[in-house]
Structure formats: structure tokens, C-alpha cells
Design a protein around this ligand. Structure first.
Ligand SMILES: Cc1cc2nc3c(=O)[nH]c(=O)nc-3n(C[C@H](O)[C@H](O)[C@H](O)COP(=O)(O)OP(=O)(O)OC[C@H]3O[C@@H](n4cnc5c(N)ncnc54)[C@H](O)[C@@H]3O)c2cc1C
Length: 420
């Protein structure tokens, strides 16, 4: 088998496809090998925060996002009694978007096919492992449908973008075990609904301790009545992790209890849940951070490197930012091993800190602080419970750690964060 100059990308999810576009933009050839024989529209919403949106805009995808996503206007934080704690308006010079994961994936896939050619993504190839050599690496595959051995693929590097259950990471970390269950299960649904509040808001209500909802629209004007597709996630604490697959249907009876009385003057939450077209169940899990992502000619990117619990809308964002760092490193360093090490050096500590911060003080920690102080009761004025400075400090601490504070977007270095 002759060594190919291409970069072999394993996994054609958000990270793998974005990486292919980044490399192509820099004149580096690559090919993506994806286990799924056919892409299906699985998953629900993704909030494209400014750091991720910036990277996609720089890839020339702004028009497609404007066409197929909702432009984000603000974040809302409500208590479980439906009282507004804080409204955080969009401030970034980069537009943010609220989008169906499948739509984002489709936009990326279409761009890869248009720019790199239809054969740039090979479907139905499940990676079984990777073998490193002195001048590159080889990924081995089976045909996903038949299970038969498929042609191995060599390149000057193999990049693992194969998600939280990464086969390559399992080979590099044979003792890592299963993902770490956070003690919270999620039910995700999509409901046809009139615009809620501004119609462009990312809404968080309540706490994971007593029941939390995340609600935001992902498609506008879907009918003559001006309805939207509204994506929602119900999160509740449970002892057992739910099934870890993206296509497991959820039952309302299993999670409705904490939300039964959530009929607010701005939204009837039980009705939103009951009227969903479809509901899926999924556990909230991550993995403990690891101190190495680059192993010679092999590197981990996205969820394969740093799966995180989705309490800060950052899994996909950090994956997208990884691809920028890796592509830039491959341009900056003529030696591939040095490039992968440089990528790791730029990203690892910062992203591992986000993984830990999501466990303890993600953005909705703001609601936890308020509910702890009110004992879950009503307040007369939010300023009696928490000061504006404290609100800003909690939210900015997260934005700084995750890399989308004003300073970070302007390219200034973030101060080291305390994350545990
Ligand atoms: C079908 C699906 C639905 C999702 N829905 C949501 C959602 O609704 N909300 C949310 O917050 N996150 C969702 N996620 C996860 C989210 O996409 C990631 O957390 C984030 O975008 C990081 O992207 P990633 O590319 O690293 O991982 P992923 O997006 O998970 O992509 C990994 C890719 O690698 C492929 N793959 C896995 N193993 C192999 C192998 N051995 N060989 C070749 N390919 C392999 C997978 O099929 C997948 O396409 C979903 C992921 C998937 C795969």
C-alpha cells in the first residue's frame, strides 16, 4: 500500500465535514470515511454560538445559514416558576444561529460535495483501528452493512472525528470504559408552535436538580399561520442512564412530572411537550478529559477528543473551532507530527476546561444560584436576589472559558479560568 499525501478523516459528523472544508480551503487534500451507510435527519437543535458561527462564516456558509436557520436574538433565563432572571441579548459582530442539527449537517455535506467532489465522503465505512508508521498512518475499515473487511486507507495523517464512541480513541485509551453519566437524562422534541417571546430566543427554564427545559426555534415560518419548528429538551435527574442512541423514542409519562404545572403567561410548557411531533430520549454523558490528543500521525478532534455534556451548547462549537486550529497548524508546520502536536497544544487545555465547567458551572448555573436563594419560590424583583454584576460575572465566566467572550472573539488571549 503506497503512502498517500491525503489526510484521512474518520467520521463524517459535524467535525469531520467541517475539517474537510477547512483543509480544502487551505489546499490540503483529504477524504472522509463515515460509518453510516446513509445520512438520516437525526438529532434536534444546535445553537451556533459566535465562535462556531465565525468559523462557518469564514468558510463561506453565511448565506446557507441565513436561508435555513433562525437568527439568534437573545438568551433568556427563567426560574421554574416562570419568572425572568435575565435576558442576554446577542452582542457579537458575528450573527448567531439556531438550527436543526440535521440541517447544519446537510449544509456541510452539500458544501463538501460541491467543493471537494462527490467521492470526498465515503459512506458505509466503519473504522476498526489505526496503525501508525514513520511517514503517516493507516486506518482500517469494515463495510458497515456487510461487516466484510474493506480497503484500508493511508495518509500522511489519520484524524479521528468519530464522536463520543470513537473507535480510534478506544484504541489509544483502552482503559477508558463507557462515557460518564451525569445523572441527568434528556428528552428532546420538536413541536410546531407560534413564535415564543421574540421568536429568536434561546430559553432556559429551571434547574437540572428539579427539572429544566431548554427551548428554542430552529425553523421559521413553516406554514401560512407563521408557526415555527420549536426544539425543546427536558432534563431531569435520574439514577439510571437512558439508552445511548440518537434514535430512541421517548415517552411523555417518563418525564412530564416536574413540568406538569409549568403554565406561564408566556408559554404553556406541558402543551408544548404534548404537541410534539416526535420525542427522543438520550442520556447526558461526557468523558473525563485526557492529556493527549495527538499521537504522532494520528489526532483526535471534536467529541472524539473532548465529549462534553450539552449544558453550554458547546460540543459542536468546540469541534468546529478544533478544525480551524488543526487546519491552521497543518499550514504552519511542514512536519505533520509537529502540526498535530501544535493543534493539541493550542486547544487541549482550553477545551478540557470547558468539559469540566459544563459539569459544574454552565450558563444555567445562573438559574441554580437564584433558585437556591429563593428556595424555589417567587421573588418580588430579581435585583433583590442577585445583582446585575453577579449575573454578568457568571455568564462572562462561561463565555471566556468557552472562547466566545468579546475579548476572545477579538483575538485577545483569555485569562486562565478556575474550572473546578
Ligand atoms: C446522528 C447524530 C445526532 C446528533 N444529535 C444531536 C443533537 O440533537 N443535539 C446535540 O447537542 N448533539 C447531537 N449530536 C452530537 C453532536 O453532533 C456532537 O456532540 C458535536 O457536533 C461534535 O461533533 P463530532 O463530529 O465530533 O461528533 P458527531 O457529530 O457525533 O459525529 C461523529 C461521526 O462519526 C461517525 N462514526 C462513529 N464511529 C465511526 C467509525 N468507527 N468509523 C467511521 N465513522 C464513525 C458517526 O456516524 C458520526 O457521523 C448528534 C450526533 C449524531 C451522530
Amino acid at each position: 500500500m503506497s503512502r498517500d499525501e491525503r489526510i484521512v478523516i474518520v467520521g463524517g459528523g459535524i467535525a469531520g465535514l467541517t475539517l474537510a472544508l477547512q483543509l480544502h480551503q487551505r489546499g490540503i487534500s483529504c477524504r472522509v470515511y463515515e460509518a453510516t451507510p446513509e445520512f438520516r435527519p437525526l438529532g434536534v437543535g444546535i445553537s451556533l454560538l459566535p465562535h462556531g458561527a465565525k468559523a462557518l462564516i469564514e468558510l463561506g456558509l453565511l448565506d446557507r445559514l441565513v436561508e435555513r436557520a433562525i437568527v439568534f436574538q437573545e438568551s433568556y433565563f427563567f426560574t421554574s416558576r416562570g419568572q425572568l432572571v435575565h435576558r442576554d441579548p446577542a452582542t457579537s459582530e458575528f450573527p448567531q444561529f439556531l438550527i436543526h442539527r440535521a440541517t447544519l449537517h446537510e449544509i456541510l455535506y452539500e458544501a463538501v460535495v460541491a467543493r471537494l467532489g462527490a467521492d470526498a465522503v465515503v459512506l458505509g465505512r466503519s473504522c476498526t483501528g489505526v496503525v501508525e508508521a514513520t511517514d503517516g498512518a493507516t486506518a482500517t475499515f469494515v463495510d458497515t452493512v456487510s461487516g466484510a473487511e474493506a480497503e484500508a486507507q493511508s495518509g500522511r495523517a489519520v484524524i479521528a472525528c468519530d464522536g463520543i464512541h470513537s473507535r480510534i480513541r478506544a484504541q489509544l485509551y483502552p482503559d477508558q470504559g463507557e462515557p460518564v453519566f451525569s445523572g441527568v437524562n434528556m428528552w428532546r422534541g420538536i413541536t410546531v408552535h407560534p413564535p415564543i417571546l421574540s421568536g429568536g430566543g434561546h430559553i432556559r427554564v429551571g434547574t437540572v436538580e428539579h427539572g429544566k427545559m431548554v427551548i428554542y426555534p430552529i425553523l421559521d415560518d413553516i406554514d401560512a399561520a407563521g408557526n415555527q419548528l420549536v426544539n425543546w429538551v427536558a432534563e431531569i435527574r435520574q439514577e439510571q442512564a437512558g439508552p445511548a442512541a440518537w434514535n430512541v423514542p421517548g415517552q411523555i409519562a417518563d418525564f412530564i412530572e416536574p413540568f406538569r404545572d409549568w403554565v406561564f403567561d408566556w408559554l404553556d410548557v406541558p402543551a408544548l411537550i404534548r404537541e410534539a411531533d416526535m420525542i427522543w430520549e438520550y442520556p447526558m454523558s461526557d468523558r473525563d478529559p485526557v492529556d493527549r490528543w495527538a499521537f504522532g500521525h494520528v489526532a483526535l478532534v471534536g467529541d472524539a477528543a473532548h465529549p462534553m455534556i450539552p449544558r453550554g451548547s458547546n460540543g459542536a462549537m468546540q469541534a468546529i473551532v478544533d478544525t480551524v486550529a488543526l487546519a491552521d497548524a497543518l499550514v504552519a508546520e511542514s512536519d505533520v507530527v509537529a502540526a498535530l502536536a501544535r493543534y493539541e497544544g493550542e486547544r487541549r487545555d482550553a477545551v478540557n476546561a470547558v468539559v469540566l465547567k459544563n459539569r459544574v458551572t454552565p450558563p444555567d448555573h445562573l438559574i441554580e444560584v437564584v433558585e437556591e436563594r429563593t428556595g424555589g419560590g417567587l421573588f418580588a424583583a430579581v435585583g433583590d436576589v442577585i445583582s446585575p454584576d453577579e449575573v454578568t460575572a457568571i455568564l462572562n465566566s462561561y463565555k471566556t472559558a468557552a472562547g466566545y467572550s468579546r475579548a476572545a472573539l477579538a483575538g485577545e488571549r483569555a485569562p486562565k479560568e478556575q474550572t473546578s
